[in-house]
Design a protein around this ligand. Sequence first.
Ligand SMILES: N[C@@H](CCC(=O)N[C@@H](CS)C(=O)NCC(=O)O)C(=O)O
Length: 213
Amino acid sequence: MQLLYAPRSPFSRKILATIVELDLTAQVSLVQVDPWTDETLRRHNPACKVPTLVLHDSSALFDSPVIARYLDALSGHTLIPSGPQTWDTLRREALGDALAEAVIRRFVDQLGPGDDRLERVVARQEAAIFAILDRLEAAPEWMWAPTDLGHLAIACALDYLDGRSPELAWGARRRLLATWFYDFRGRPSMEIAADPTIGTFRTNDRAIPLVEV
Ligand SMILES: N[C@@H](CCC(=O)N[C@@H](CS)C(=O)NCC(=O)O)C(=O)O
């Protein structure tokens, strides 16, 4: 399989960390793409977004929640537990993804001309960012639960928030979440997701399509 990814993308990082946690690095080779300029990506994913996973038969999977579910099913459902716990895990994955999405939109919208409408959009993204952070801080039991896909999504989103919007100083009033995050990001899966060259991934700079045998 080939994972088309971008190094800074929080959704790509979530999938990279998932692959490492599931011990699937030998089965996935990495292809770095710039979704904004590389039209080869669109042949596999019409929305032209990363991450996109190209399977052995050249079909592709996207978005990141779908890819994560596929990989988890391949390895016996260890990151998305079965039973009632499933929904808590997927809810936290959705919160992490929504946080990343809001940070991206806030950043992109701030690049535009400062009219009223844009200011309202930026304020709306900030409301989402703070509400998600507060929710995660207020009911912290998940922080001590066994690692699942929700933890990876939240940590990748926080990492992105930290790097992209340091002026928000998100950790100052959310000590539990900040303590959890600064510890969690030391996990090998998070470190390799931030820099896949230190892991055991194969890289493939010649692009797709590729049918692996
Ligand atoms: N919901 C998607 C979001 C993916 C996404 O927005 N990826 C960004 C990079 S972080 C991208 O490819 N953007 C290019 C574009 O929007 O055209 C997922 O979870 O995979």
